[in-house]
Design a protein around this ligand. Structure first.
Ligand code: FES
Length: 105
């Protein structure tokens, strides 16, 4: 999974992009239709968006829905795999943590 977004005007096959906007922890993040939530986050420069039990950062590991490292809350639904869920315009995404307060922080 590429962390970069090739802009439509730079794409050799001449594709068109339909823009979308989601919020991540209340902040707007722009993407294009067809991207997964992980793709939107990676293209926006995020490398991690969750914390493991010890407070270690987590993001995309497998990118194919197997490891569950990329979990986010989408529109109030917890434990959505960001690498498997396509972003939709207006999605409200919140990050999750399993870290205990004071551990690893
Ligand atoms: S990155 Fe492994 S399940 Fe999403």
């Amino acid at each position: 999974m590429s962390p970069r977004l090739v802009r439509a005007e730079d794409d050799a096959v001449g594709r068109g992009d339909t823009p979308l906007r989601v919020t991540v922890d209340g902040r707007p993040v722009d993407g294009v239709e067809g991207q997964t939530i992980a793709g939107v986050l990676l293209a926006a420069g995020r490398r991690s968006w969750r914390e493991g039990p010890s407070g270690t950062p987590r993001g995309v590991f497998c990118g194919i829905g197997v490891c569950f490292d990329c979990l986010v809350t989408v529109n109030g639904r917890r434990d959505v795999r960001a690498c498997r869920r396509r972003a939709r315009d207006g999605d409200e995404i919140t990050t999750q943590t399993r870290a205990e307060p004071g551990e690893g922080r």
